[in-house]
Design a protein around this ligand. Structure first.
Ligand SMILES: Nc1ncnc2c1ncn2[C@@H]1O[C@H](COP(=O)(O)OP(=O)(O)OP(=O)(O)O)[C@@H](O)[C@H]1O
Ligand SMILES: [Mg+2]
Length: 113
């Protein structure tokens, strides 16, 4: 099993959610977060003034999947979340040691679907 943590623009959430839904993702967790990347949260020019805000609102998606789905899910997320501008976000991938569906005690990959 793999875990994907994707930090995306809040206004891309709907598109990403729809794309993941279409792909058949069975579970996910979404958190409102603040963060910064390479640009340290700079937002560029706003109403004629250079704005420099250190932390920008983002959405973090956490998804645990069977490992054979990893590349497809990475592609689904990056395609749906991309504008081509700085600040589109980042995706981190982790190994997952175990998982439990509490209701049934199913373990590992069986707990996912
Ligand atoms: N190295 C990192 N570790 C943890 N979170 C990160 C890291 N880099 C980016 N993030 C998170 O991702 C969000 C979006 O990052 P962002 O897309 O600006 O990355 P970037 O590396 O600056 O790429 P770009 O140049 O396209 O903007 C940040 O606000 C932050 O929440
Ligand atoms: Mg950036």
């Amino acid at each position: 099993m793999k875990k994907i943590e994707a930090v995306i623009r809040p206004n891309m959430l709907e598109d990403v959610k729809n794309a993941l839904d279409k792909f058949g993702i069975s579970g996910l967790t979404i958190t409102q977060v603040i963060g910064c990347g390479l640009q340290k949260g700079h937002t560029g020019v706003y109403r004629g003034q250079e704005m420099s805000i250190n932390l920008l609102p983002k959405i973090k998606l956490e998804i645990v999947i069977k490992k054979e789905l990893l590349e497809d899910v990475l592609e689904v997320i990056s395609e749906a979340a991309k504008t081509g501008q700085v600040g589109d976000g980042k995706i981190f991938v982790f190994d997952v040691v175990d998982a439990i569906r509490i209701r049934t005690n199913e373990r590992g990959r069986n707990s996912l679907s």
